[in-house]
Design a protein around this ligand. Structure first.
Ligand SMILES: [Zn+2]
Length: 315
């Protein structure tokens, strides 16, 4: 928590910023009234953010101090039975493979990752944690703004394990398949989503807050609920351009099989029509890649954007 001096510094720099953007034509009185109003709102917003951070800290500490996992070995990546063929390919460092398959030339890859039985054990552990939260009157933080069901794995002990999954599996594949992403992948958001008939059944068209996303189906039994993909887009084209016909395809989930795609590859989860589907999702980020994106001219469309390719073809 910051002390009063820091308060003042933060406030001063905010005020300086706002003042430098005010209209030259305003009277002193107009400026004062405006600044007071803006400052009041800013303080309210800051207090709200701090309160949220305090609540989050308390939540995480409660879990850390009290939750005891049912199967501690699941939290250790070294004990994850990663598919042997996949491991062999990663050692070879080569694109040439029947194990890691690209779906047409879409830049979406699929490969076997984990055995079904292990996925079921993960599903059981997730259920155990959710039940523990219910029993202890703890309100769960849900994965993201769109998924109302599921859990954030990083919150109850999986953070190190998922960092290892990112470093050992996602990163070498990113290096092979997505050359424009600057490595290393150095942070992640790891969560499980749940789709069921009486819960969320689908997820609308969106991009992920990640450089690369790993999506692994964990179970259990379900019909339909495919992923639909509709083109890779840069930030200027993400919501303004329809998918081209050749960009559209569906990915059918299979338990234990992973799907790897760019965060900017637009997708939606189609509704399941029976049962319950759980997926582990790992949003992998690179701070160097994010910095480059921030420094680039925002209107400039990069080569990896589906619209950029279209424009190049037309020229
Ligand atoms: Zn673009």
């Amino acid at each position: 928590m910051s002390n009063d001096n820091e308060h003042d510094e933060e406030e001063q720099s905010f005020l300086q910023y706002v003042t430098s953007h005010l209209s030259m034509h305003w009277s002193d009185e107009q400026r004062d009234t405006y600044l007071q109003d803006v400052l009041l709102n800013w303080r309210k917003h800051r207090e709200h953010s701090r309160e949220e951070a305090r609540l989050m800290e308390k939540y995480l500490n409660t879990i850390k101090d009290n939750f005891r996992s049912q199967s501690p070995e699941l939290y250790d990546f070294n004990q994850w039975p990663i598919d042997e063929k996949l491991l062999a390919i990663l050692k070879q460092d080569s694109l040439d493979s029947d194990t890691v398959k690209q779906i047409r030339t879409t830049g979406v890859y699929t490969f076997p990752l984990l055995p079904t039985a292990f996925c079921q054990r993960l599903v059981n552990e997730l259920a155990y944690f959710e039940q523990w939260c219910v029993d202890n009157g703890l309100k769960l933080y849900r994965p993201n703004s769109m998924n109302k069901y599921g859990v954030i794995l990083d919150h109850f002990g999986f953070e190190k394990c998922l960092t290892d999954l990112m470093t050992n599996i996602v990163q070498p594949l990113t290096q092979l398949f997505y050359k424009h992403i600057t490595l290393p992948l150095d942070s992640h958001h790891g969560f499980a989503v749940e789709y069921a008939m009486n819960k969320d059944r689908k997820l609308d068209f969106h991009v992920d807050d990640s450089a690369v996303t790993l999506n692994v189906c964990l179970g259990e039994e379900f019909t339909d609920g495919e992923l639909y993909f509709g083109g890779v887009r840069c930030s200027s084209h993400v919501s303004t351009s329809a998918p081209k016909k050749e960009e559209e395809f569906f990915f059918e989930h299979q338990i234990g099989t992973a799907c790897l795609h760019l965060g900017n590859h637009r997708h939606r989860a189609l509704p399941i029509t029976s049962g319950r589907r759980l997926n582990l999702i790992l949003w992998c980020r690179s701070s160097s890649f994010d910095n480059e994106k921030d420094n680039d001219d925002h209107d400039e469309c990069p080569a990896w954007c589906g619209i950029h390719l279209k424009e190049a073809e037309n020229n």
